[in-house]
Design a protein around this ligand. Sequence first.
Ligand SMILES: *Cc1c(COP(=O)(O)O)cnc(C)c1O
Length: 399
Amino acid sequence: MTPQIYLDNAATTRVHPKVVEAMLPFFTEGYGNPSSLYELGQQAKAAVTDARERIAAHINAKAQDIYFTSGGTESDNWALKSTADAYSDKGRHIITSAIEHHAISHSAEWLKRHGYEITYLGVDEKGLIDPAELEAAIRPDTTLVSIIFANNEIGTIEPIKELAAITHRHGAVFHTDAVQALTNIPIDVVDLDVDMLSASGHKFSGPKGIGFLYIRKGIKTKSFLDGGAQERKRRASTENVPGIIGMARALDIAIENYAERTKHECDLRDHLIRRVLAEVEHSRLNGDAVKRLPGNANFSFEFVEGESLLLSLEQKGILGSSGSACASGSLDPSHVLLAIGLPHEIAHGSLRLTLSEDTTLDEIDYTVEAIKEVVAHLRNMSPLFEDFVAGKKKISAVK
Ligand SMILES: *Cc1c(COP(=O)(O)O)cnc(C)c1O
């Protein structure tokens, strides 16, 4: 039987069994609406309050600064669009980066269509933003800077504290998309001095369809959804009570086993990276080797097409992700891989493998053997590789 090796934890994670257990009562006996005044509603409200306090404590925030949303996408849309709107009297210049998740980059494009000017900070070959570039780009009419905390494709961790400090020296608001970072990097919103932070439950073994936006007290932003008075009148719609409970439980568990879990993932990740780079010719690691998410490995293989690689690996039971955006119906390679300077043909031959605390050494070794086999097979069928080998032979013959 083909094994199932799940190495796509940056796309989503399996919900932790203890999280499911914590959520279940809120579907069955505890189904009340937190806005209802009778006991059944008030019990749900108390559970939401407790979850909010625990989540806030994990990032050193105040409970009243946590706003529940439907996930990372909504948090990012809210942070960008409504905050830009709230400060539009002051200016209409927004700064973000070239390697944001589409929830940010497409929101920035929406703002551009609505009269805002957007500056996209570039990155170096490891995917790192240079704080000096932010310093140079920021202007008196810049109201908002939004930078991804850790990139979802190549895993690079950005200097958020430094970027927030520069932003504040110039009187603008700082937001970070911490969807990949939360539970993988210690986050203290006071120490980092960030004004807004997005997170999503399903990226850390919580349920899908629930996330939060941290908004520091005093930051102006409009409500993103109009309707009822939920979330201190800033985010209408009946609270996703089971989702909120599940996300809080998932965060408790992830923070509790932080040291062990991240060490396990870093060890396996480094083993995977070492083996692939040593054993597969013409391969490279994308992203920074050190300033990197614990579970993230992202490779490019010359003369190999990422989609074919993925399909062949799937036949061997390995589930990963490619750097190209073919899934979305487009054949364009990832904007992140292009931003770090990869040529189109190499960006197309990319593979992202993202580990979890459940990943084992055996699974990683099996995956390396599978990659070796599949890459060799695909190259054997590639006319480009044939030309390359022929060219090399010719060169050595001349010598
Ligand atoms: C997954 C992800 C999102 C979107 O979160 P959803 O909860 O799926 O909407 C946003 N930003 C980053 C960096 C992500 O990895």
